[in-house]
Design a protein around this ligand. Sequence first.
Ligand SMILES: Cc1cc2nc3c(=O)[nH]c(=O)nc-3n(C[C@H](O)[C@H](O)[C@H](O)COP(=O)(O)OP(=O)(O)OC[C@H]3O[C@@H](n4cnc5c(N)ncnc54)[C@H](O)[C@@H]3O)c2cc1C
Length: 478
Amino acid sequence: MTRPRAIIVGAGLGGCVLAQALLESHDVTIIERGAASSGAQFPIIDVGQPAITDPHIGSGLGGSTQLWHNGLIEIEDEIFSTHWPIQKAELHRHYEQAFLLLSHVPVERVRAAIITLRRKYQELGLPSAMLPGLFYPRWPMNVWEEFGLEPRVNLVRGNVAGFRVSQAGSILGLTVNAEGQSQDVPGDLFILSAGGLGSPILLQKLSSDLPLPALHHAGRHYEDHPMGFVGEVEVKVPLYRLWNYFVKGTGGNLRMPLVVTQGGMHVSFQLRPAATYYRDSRRQRVGSVLNELRQNPWNPVNYAKLFAHWDDVLDILSFKFGIRLPTKHYTLLMTAQMPASDEMSVWSELDQANGREVAIRHWQLTDEYQRDLSAAICEVLERLGPVITRSRVFPDWITAIHTGAHHSGTARLSASADSGVCNADCRVHGVSNLFVCDGSLIPASGIANTGLTIGALALRLAGHLRQLANSQSRECVE
Ligand SMILES: Cc1cc2nc3c(=O)[nH]c(=O)nc-3n(C[C@H](O)[C@H](O)[C@H](O)COP(=O)(O)OP(=O)(O)OC[C@H]3O[C@@H](n4cnc5c(N)ncnc54)[C@H](O)[C@@H]3O)c2cc1C
């Protein structure tokens, strides 16, 4: 009995998790275009809000997991029930499997730590806002290397540029370009895992052969997380013990952002030691006091100056040696949900200068949304009131907002072709053998980084494809 040929476009997070889960049942081919992690040969041009972070997607074996921090967090139930065509309960099992796969830590251990840490936060007098847990395993992983896919899948190096479509409207093969040559890669089922900025562009190309209503949504409904340091506070409680909570027996750390709601959007704030933000200026300040001391060790004024900067000294030492000395100054790192834009936000164009294709990203943060973010900052400071002695909002915080690199929504899951690209099984509405498996599936993520959910969706899709393969092979036998 021959195994079905699964052709996956993109060796990033979604593609690799799916590939390793399909190896037993399918003959798996991965097509990857990137040669190096920065992907400089396939540029992205921002015509809206600039990304600031560069690069903000990875290219090559491992995709963006070559760059990521591996922070794992689930999307909240409320976001599922408001925006997704499936309930979160459908992903529970896959969330647990994905957590283990991406961290080597059973999720129960981290869930127990979340409950403990929440209690500790409340004992400190921190506000009883929504407090989700964001877990950082000890080491970030490149999924391609971690799963040892190199000899186990067929790897094709090249850029997928088009589709070969049957008269009945199913996919027969993909056109792959590499080093001036073109080849056709045939298969039985095709999965786009080219990322939230890559898959919609491929689907737009497909729409010239297959003008399906669902493909009208490719590149729309784009979401990312605006992130940035927006202010600073001085706390009067020993937060230094908790902000980066070590979870025993895991080697990893737990962070617990405070979440407030404004304009129907969730906005989260992590309190981070100020030294991580003011690294250079503080080091310089302390450096110059130390210099004066060295030059004039008998002058008591210099000792007084050093003590005036004592918190800075502790902050720098904590940062440098990864220890927790009692410090009081924290910066607020905001990560916000954004309303998905129905306008076209991701597409490709030919660069007239060199004939190369470039991806265009139109990331829009409307004035009204920016006002909501300002209100959210005020609200979190108000809630923190009982535990802080001073606070300051950075006047230019909006100009320092950068991308969370959580590109999603551009081939979103939807109940019907009227509202998105894929059905609840991640299959493109109207095409029998074309699936999507990456960030572009996610219809909304709240404030959650998307990696864990991409992993969970990939494992769920793998289960579905295995079932399909089993039922087809049973039919053949009968
Ligand atoms: C600096 C940084 C830090 C991050 N930290 C976190 C974090 O802490 N937690 C978290 O959850 N997420 C984090 N992320 C985001 C996370 O890495 C991504 O959400 C995730 O990797 C996206 O997975 P994906 O499968 O959608 O696409 P990707 O991992 O981006 O993979 C897509 C792959 O497809 C390939 N491709 C695209 N088009 C084509 C084509 N036409 N032909 C062939 N190949 C193609 C690309 O080269 C790429 O290798 C971070 C991202 C960055 C940049």
